[in-house]
Design a protein around this ligand. Structure first.
Ligand code: SAM
Ligand code: SF4
Length: 315
């Protein structure tokens, strides 16, 4: 359905847990003792009800995210219920990849068609520094498993951090010569853990084009501008939430794992869906879509007003 500014809102990002098997420095505190208990996060039934009512409001695409969605024991049941929902045409999942090898076939059977996998570094020491608890080998095993499994699309997401991984831009984009994947560079957003980071940590995606002027623009996909290297087989995506303002074409709403709907990533507005069923749930989602803010606070040079950390929202 259209919101009050005429934008078509058809995409729901559903966070299924705030827990994670990694502790990325830009996303989660190192000692995260505030994770919700199993009883506090949305149950499979609650997720299915929300997705069904969202579909009745015109949502056709769902992304499951977290925290790390694959740490949820019932993730496959969630995938099945969501992909079986009438009106939902596309089910995507965002993961850090660590648990992918054991899930890969089952995810496809459960209806997941597209995977986004986070990989901020190809250097084992830097990867460990960023994720605090992860190993590069495990993440790469997940990526290889996804590439072999034949999903409709595999995207590899790297958040750019000045002085941390911006020296690896070339190496990361060279992956598109070897693999038919979409390697996407994402500008880090000042939210939660990164709200007070030094400005030097924020790297514009234009840096990728400076370092690789041979990249040829081939169009856009969602919020990403797409490019290809000469002789590349995959594509390179640039996502610039900071340097360009994509609020006018925003197409999404988010639901956090505590059942709060966020009409805008950087707004403090949260609408509690918990306890609502049927028409009441559908009407609440409809109203939230219609009243989605025109733009977020970062567009005015302000800080994010989000009340949640990224691991609670899902990116
Ligand atoms: N655990 C999964 C993963 O890492 O892919 C899914 C959840 S994670 C919160 C979703 C995405 O948000 C990841 O691609 C991550 O890199 C991104 N993200 C987290 N914090 C961010 C920030 N401050 N700025 C930009 N992207 C961020
Ligand atoms: Fe976990 Fe993903 Fe956040 Fe990293 S970015 S801490 S993998 S939720």
């Amino acid at each position: 359905m259209k919101d009050s500014f005429g934008r078509d809102i058809y995409y729901l990002r559903m966070s299924v847990t705030d827990r994670c098997n990694l502790r990325c420095v830009y996303c989660m505190p190192e000692n995260c003792e505030e994770n919700m208990s199993e009883k506090e996060i949305l149950s499979v039934d609650e997720i299915a009800q929300i997705v069904s009512c969202a579909a009745a409001c015109g949502i056709t695409k769902v992304r499951l995210t977290g925290g790390e969605p694959l740490v949820r024991k019932d993730i496959l049941e969630i995938c099945r219920r969501v992909s079986d929902t009438p009106g939902i045409c596309e089910l995507c999942l965002t993961t850090n990849g660590i648990l992918l090898p054991q899930f890969i076939d089952k995810l496809q059977d459960a209806g997941v068609t597209r995977l986004n996998i986070s990989l901020d570094s190809l250097d084992p020491v830097t990867y460990k520094k960023i994720t605090r608890t992860g190993t590069l080998d495990a993440a790469l095993r997940g990526i290889y498993a996804a590439l072999e499994a034949g999903f409709l699309a595999v995207k590899i997401n790297a958040v750019l951090m000045g002085g941390v991984n911006d020296n690896e831009i070339r190496e990361l984009l060279e992956l598109t010569r070897k693999f038919n994947a979409n390697v996407r560079f994402i500008e880090m957003m000042p939210i939660g853990e990164t709200a007070d980071w030094a400005e030097t940590r924020f790297v514009s995606v234009s840096r990728v084009l400076e370092l690789a002027p041979e990249l040829k623009e081939i169009g856009s996909e969602g919020v990403a501008q797409l490019y290809m290297l000469p002789n590349g087989i995959g594509t390179v995506g640039l996502i610039s939430p900071i340097s360009s303002h994509f609020c006018p074409t925003c197409n999404r709403i988010r639901v956090a794992s505590d059942g709060k709907l966020k009409p805008c990533l950087h707004s403090s507005d949260e609408i509690d869906l918990r306890g609502l069923l049927g028409k009441a749930l559908e009407d609440t989602i409809k109203r939230a879509i219609f009243e989605k803010p025109r733009k977020h606070t970062l567009d005015d040079g302000e800080i994010s007003h989000s009340l949640k950390n990224m691991n609670q929202i899902g990116g």
